[in-house]
Design a protein around this ligand. Structure first.
Ligand code: FAD
Ligand code: 2HG
Ligand code: ZN
Length: 474
């Protein structure tokens, strides 16, 4: 162990190998506070060559590695287990934007660049990098790629895997794969880039990426819309698609419980509508500087929705400040749920046709298991993705913890019955690896195990995440 630490210090410099408990602490607890592990050390390389040297040193000493970006992951994949045997490899010092090419529509970045900085670099070049998450001020592009993150722009631009053209990856044996080619067309065999997207640090360390840029969309028309039910939200989606066409960029849902938490805990939050509603939708159209028709289109679609009872009321943003205030009602939900106490997260996707019946049935089912449990339901309904999160009955956090297994099993079983997914966008990490294996077919589990075995035969890359430990090499 002393030899390994000495070698790591030589590789990255003394000050970038952290072993003091106070220095290590922020790297071993996840954002939710539910996963707390221990680490042999936290290593902060400053270049791809340094990452490769760290990985080689760990491979030779059979030391597990947990790659980490901004540590905003929600499934415990970016923090080590309690054994204290792993090295946390933080990409936090690798923050260079390597190149922007507006004409080719590409940006090449180090993996540790914070998402908001990628967006800003694109904007400076008069382009758009569309990925948008509530955590964008701290999450890194490497983490986004490793989790195949979603967010609020998926409806129009797709998940992270649709925004990447090539990667640079340090493999588990320390070799570097340079796949940083910005080609739109490249049918030369297996798609290695896509293999690493969504692999959550279990197949290698992403050190660089070449990403797609899009024409800027600085004009917006935004509304917070009251709808009576999930069925009505789905109908509104159809109306918005028909009127908004390619301009429809956001379609997010939240229930009243979610809004109530935001109003209670987010400073400055105000309900923009006078009457309460069970459900709300944040809808946004986005366009180029010459797209003059966004406001009339939004008014037209809302008019039609109110006319036929799909929507009961709507607040339209009349200024950038009002737009930000409406967005805050949606983006603030994760934070305020944490303030409210124990939370059980379920990031699920359902076929859009099943959303309404599924949600209507789930509420009463959960009340049978834990009377008083509070579903705080929100998410990317335009993608069929709900964050079907639960807060404890007021003041009874322990009851939620005690019923957690049963509540989660009821939700996942009902998701599986619709051919849905138990992880829409957050990944599996350590929280869901075992559950996911039980909902996948044997063929799928075998294929995943074969990929892991082929790339990381020693099982040192983020053990316990994605593929349950017993599965590797079994
Ligand atoms: P980390 O948390 O550090 O790591 C996540 C996983 O990626 C871990 O398994 C880690 O080992 C691996 N990893 C990290 N960097 C690398 C690398 N360079 N190479 C290989 N593996 C690596 N997620 C969504 O999808 N949509 C949302 O809308 C969304 N909103 C959020 C809002 C809030 C308030 C918060 C706290 C989180 C949200 N998330 C969302 C979850 C989270 O921000 C994303 O999963 C994000 O992509 C994680 O990036 P990160 O840099 O923080 O990664
Ligand atoms: C969101 O859409 C994120 O706000 C976070 O995916 C969801 O905290 C959550 O459960
Ligand atoms: Zn989300």
């Amino acid at each position: 162990m002393t030899d390994l630490l000495a070698r790591l210090r030589t590789a990255v410099g003394d000050t970038h190998v952290l072993t003091e408990p106070a220095d290590v602490a922020p790297y071993v607890v996840d954002w939710t506070g539910t996963h707390e592990g221990r680490a042999l050390a936290v290593v902060r390389p400053g270049s791809t060559a340094e990452v490769a040297e760290v990985v080689r040193a760990c491979a030779e000493t059979r030391t597990p590695i947990v790659p980490q970006g901004g540590n905003t992951g929600l499934v415990g994949g970016g923090v080590p287990d309690p054994s204290g045997t792993a090295v946390v490899l933080s990409l936090g010092r690798m923050r260079s934007v390597r190149e922007v090419d507006p004409v080719a529509g590409t940006i090449t970045v180090d993996a540790g660049v914070v998402l908001a900085d990628v967006q800003a670099a694109a904007e400076q070049a008069g382009r758009l990098f569309p990925m948008s998450l509530g955590s964008e001020g701290s999450c890194t592009i490497g983490g986004n790629l490793a989790t195949n993150a979603g967010g609020t722009a998926v409806l129009r631009y797709g998940m992270t895997r649709e925004l990447v053209l090539g990667l640079e990856v340090v493999l588990p044996d320390g070799r570097v794969w340079d796949g940083l080619r910005g080609l739109r067309k490249d049918n030369t065999g297996y798609d290695l880039t896509q293999l690493f997207v969504g692999s959550e640090g279990t197949l290698g360390v992403i050190t660089g990426a070449i990403l797609r840029l899009f024409p800027a969309t600085p004009r917006h028309a935004t509304a917070w819309v009251a709808v009576p039910s999930v069925a009505a939200a789905v109908s509104l989606l159809g109306i918005a698609q028909q009127h908004g066409g390619v301009h429809l960029s956001t379609f997010e849902i939240a229930n009243r419980q979610a809004l109530d938490l935001v109003l209670a805990h987010l400073p400055g939050a105000v309900d923009p509508l006078s009457e309460p509603s069970d459900w709300y939708v944040l809808v946004e159209l986005a366009g180029s500087p010459s797209d003059d028709g966004l406001d009339p289109t939004l008014e037209e679609l809302l008019g039609e929705a109110v006319e036929d009872g799909t929507a009961t009321d709507a607040a339209i943003a009349g200024s950038p400040a009002q737009r930000s205030a409406l967005w805050a009602l949606r983006e603030g939900i994760s934070e305020v749920q944490k303030v409210e106490g124990a939370t059980l997260k379920h990031d699920v996707t359902l076929p859009i046709a099943d959303l309404a019946a599924w949600t209507d049935a789930m509420g009463p089912r959960l009340q049978e298991i834990l009377p008083g449990v509070r579903p705080v339901t929100y998410g990317h309904v335009g993608d069929g993705n709900l964050h079907y999160n639960l807060n404890a009955p007021v003041g009874r956090d322990d009851d939620l913890r005690a019923a957690a297994r049963e509540l989660t099993a009821a939700i996942y079983d009902a998701v599986a019955a619709t051919q849905g997914s138990i992880s829409a966008e957050h990944g599996l990490g350590r929280t869901k690896a075992v559950a996911a294996a039980s909902y996948k077919s044997d063929v799928e589990v075998d294929l995943m195990r074969a990929v892991k075995q082929a790339l990381d035969p020693a099982g040192l890359m983020n053990p316990g995440a994605v593929v349950p430990v017993a599965e590797v090499g079994a």
